[in-house]
Design a protein around this ligand. Structure first.
Ligand code: MN
Length: 227
């Protein structure tokens, strides 16, 4: 097989304690998955059906640097954990969903909040606010064999040493197995798929030069500098 143009690189993420990398296929992100964050964004935190948007595989960036993006003056941090799938399928049962997980990583769902706000107001898609270059800084993947399935414990984000976001993984409205089961009813999940699991309250803007430090129970720390 020859390709007519230069082939795009496979996005491959580092795995803690391994020389192997994790190839990314798709990136799904859940919206408003912690009640306190839904409230701060002006929404009812009741358990409505979940909703998802997508980022692009090459938006995931393990470099530790986040370039301030163009066409915005209000970029927000959203501290999250990412779920990496090793297998997939359709109509996956909640009880079996965790069998598909390869591992977990710290991740930031960086958001051009001003552009997302316009999109929301006009009933337009969110990509312009969410799926821009290097919009998802991500830490090394911790395999399930090492860390199990983190479902409770502190998740926090500090900017320049000041605590901005704090929550507990057990506050997710839709739990990881439920997100996998739900997505698999609408899409065929497959090895390499990544799910960002939502953010606790306290989202806010960053500026060039800021240092963000994200942490979550069992997944260590991720330092990302805004450049
Ligand atoms: Mn998010």
């Amino acid at each position: 097989m020859t390709y007519a143009i230069e082939t795009p690189p496979v996005v491959a993420l580092p795995i803690a304690g391994s020389d192997a990398t994790f190839p990314v296929r798709r990136v799904y992100c859940i919206g408003r998955n912690y009640a306190a964050h839904a409230i701060e964004m002006g929404h009812d935190p009741d358990r409505e059906p979940p909703f998802f948007f997508q980022k692009n595989p090459d938006n995931l960036d393990p470099s530790g640097e986040f370039p301030y993006p163009p066409q915005t003056s209000d970029v927000h941090h959203e501290a999250e954990i990412a779920v990496m799938l090793k297998t997939g399928g359709t109509n996956i049962a909640v009880e079996n969903a965790l069998d598909h997980v390869f591992g977990y990583a710290l991740a930031l769902d960086m958001t051009r909040r001003d552009l997302q706000g316009v999109a929301k107001k006009m009933g337009r898609p969110w990509e312009i606010g969410k799926a821009f270059e290097r919009s998802a800084p991500v830490g090394p993947i911790h395999p399930v064999a090492e860390v199990g399935h983190p479902s409770e414990g502190r998740i926090a984000l500090a900017v320049n040493g000041e605590l901005r976001q704090e929550g507990d993984l057990n506050q997710m409205i839709w739990k990881v197995p439920e997100m996998i089961a739900y997505l698999s009813e609408y899409f065929e999940l497959a090895p390499g798929d990544v799910i960002l699991s939502g953010t606790p309250s306290g989202v806010g803007p960053v500026e060039k030069g800021d240092e963000m430090v994200l942490s979550a129970e069992g997944l260590g720390e991720l330092k990302v500098t805004v450049v």
